[in-house]
Ligand binder design. Structure first.
Ligand code: SF4
Ligand code: SF4
Ligand code: FES
Length: 279
């Protein structure tokens, strides 16, 4: 692995505490260095920031507007407030808008953040517009449940230019009716999809989920507290991708891949992701 060139370090202040981070770090990196827990949804550790959800906003001293921590780069001497009244209010409203229109029941930590920021998704009334719709179950490998989609674009970026270069999915429609779709809304089986599952790997809400997980959730048998995770090497070819096997009751229930692998960055092909039936 090539060594990274040395990077200059800069001091930034996070909630009054000075931390030293590389000059190309994001505010989110600096917050993590300071031990601050800033919520994120559209941020992906293997993807270019999209600035779609705005749940990560922080207050930068001297700035007119709040800044998305996930994409804003640090500057020497910058002073950031992660938990100011203005940042908290903005996160509250973002969570209210999302939770009133999208099913966040499988979004990790959504319920915790809604409570933490005092969000009241019900305040828009029962007639509030929603993206509720039946899940698309059109193949044996993964399910698209767009009633849970927050339009973060991570799946589109993973399928397209940032990783897979398959371009099987994109945003269709405008405004509130915008949705993630295959070309002409074809079933996945008639689309360009190659079933790498790299979109499922990055989806932050469970809108995309492995069919195995979807079925077990429907049966009420999905239980992460009873699952083990074992990272191993894919046996199909010489690339040597890392696989993390999620096992419940001695059965593989899904396969993910470590995001910090310097070669694959959490991406797999259909064989590594779904070809575990022989085990
Ligand atoms: S499984 Fe792979 S090819 Fe298919 S839509 Fe997802 S990222 Fe694209
Ligand atoms: S399906 Fe998931 S990854 Fe894709 S835009 Fe919706 S929430 Fe984001
Ligand atoms: S996590 Fe920063 S804008 Fe979505």
């Amino acid at each position: 692995m090539p060594l990274q060139p040395p990077r200059r370090l800069v001091d930034v202040e996070i909630d009054g505490e000075t931390v030293r981070v590389p000059e190309d770090a994001t505010v989110l990196d600096a917050c993590a260095a300071a031990g601050k827990d800033v919520p994120t949804l559209c941020h992906g550790d293997t993807l270019t920031p999209k600035n779609a959800c705005r749940v990560c906003v922080v207050e930068v001293a001297g700035a007119r507007t709040l800044a998305p921590a996930c994409s804003r780069k640090v500057e020497a001497g910058m002073s950031v407030g992660t938990d100011t009244e203005r940042a908290r209010h903005s996160r509250k409203v973002v969570l209210e808008l999302l939770a009133s229109s999208v099913d966040l029941s499988t979004t990790p930590r959504a319920a915790e953040w809604i409570a933490e920021y005092g969000a009241e998704p019900g305040r828009f009334g029962e007639q509030a517009a929603t993206v509720a719709q039946p899940p698309k179950v059109d193949n044996d490998l993964y399910v698209r449940d767009y009633g849970k989609c927050i339009l973060c674009y991570k799946c589109v970026d993973a399928c397209g230019e940032q990783w897979q270069n398959t371009f099987a999915i994109a945003v269709a429609g405008r405004g509130f009716d915008a949705t993630i779709s295959t070309e002409f809304d074809a079933p996945l089986t008639d689309s360009a999809c190659v079933y790498c599952g790299n979109c499922v790997e990055v989806c932050p809400t469970g809108a995309l989920s492995f069919k195995s997980e979807f079925d077990m959730r429907a049966e009420g048998t999905w239980d992460e507290s009873r699952q083990t995770r074992t990272t191993t090497i894919c046996s199909y070819c010489g690339v040597g991708c890392n696989l993390t096997l999620h096992v419940q009751e001695n059965k593989i229930v899904k396969v993910t891949s470590p995001h910090d692998n310097p070669v694959t960055h959490g991406n797999l092909c259909v064989k590594g992701r779904f070809g575990y039936g022989y085990v």
